[in-house]
Design a protein around this ligand. Structure first.
Ligand code: TTP
Length: 186
């Protein structure tokens, strides 16, 4: 079996490598718009499947190929927070997350020419209250810009997060235990 990670995310690469899984990387550029009324689990698993399908279709003759796609989103009171569009948007997102819990959902899809499995993992993340000054300082680091919900738990945002419930790697972008378990079935 040969595994391709269909993702441009350096975090996903690192997590898979740390788990001792051997893979190569191919990227895709899909439209990540949410369908009206689409819930976080349907949305993230659909995007994960689309990313994996595009890469699988590039290799029609490789019958032992498995492709892993993933998509991470932050959900707050049923509203999805994707990547911020700019610094002002990042400030708005972080204000909304301040002083309360939200959910991080990562959808994963493992596709081969014989088989397709999807899974969505949810982790609750608790942010302590942040001051306007703390939010402004954090946004100025640039770290929020390529991350769902405008923060990186693996980076500077860790100092605002006293507690999570669920898989840590899921927040960073890939639920490693779930991926490893699903891979066993291939
Ligand atoms: C909440 C959170 C998200 N993120 C990242 C994980 C994902 O890379 C990103 C969400 O964007 P995604 O669209 O899931 O992934 P991506 O655009 O980085 O890569 P690709 O579409 O090619 O697979 O946010 C963190 O790094 N830390 C965090 O704490």
């Amino acid at each position: 079996m040969r595994l391709i990670l269909a993702s441009a995310s350096p975090r996903r690469r690192e997590l898979l490598t740390q788990a001792g899984i051997v893979f190569t990387v191919e990227t895709t550029d899909i439209d990540e718009s949410q369908y009206p009324g689409e819930d976080p689990v349907s949305y993230t698993t659909r995007l994960a499947r689309e990313k994996a399908q595009i890469v699988l279709a590039r290799h029609p003759c490789e019958h032992d190929l498995v492709v892993l796609g993933a998509d991470t989103t932050v959900t707050l009171d049923n509203v999805l927070l994707g990547k911020p569009t700019g610094a002002a948007d990042a400030v708005v997102m972080l204000r909304a997350l301040s002083g309360r819990a939200h959910q991080v959902v990562t959808g994963i899809a493992l596709l081969s020419f014989q088989k397709a499995v999807t899974h969505a993992e949810t982790t609750s993340v608790f942010f302590q209250a942040m001051t306007e000054h703390e939010i402004a300082e954090y946004v100025a680091t640039g770290e929020p810009m390529d991350k769902a919900g405008a923060y990186g738990i693996q980076g500077g945002a860790a100092r605002f997060i006293p507690r999570i419930e669920g898989d840590y790697s899921n927040v960073v972008g890939l639920p490693i235990a779930a991926v490893a378990n699903l891979l066993k079935s291939f």
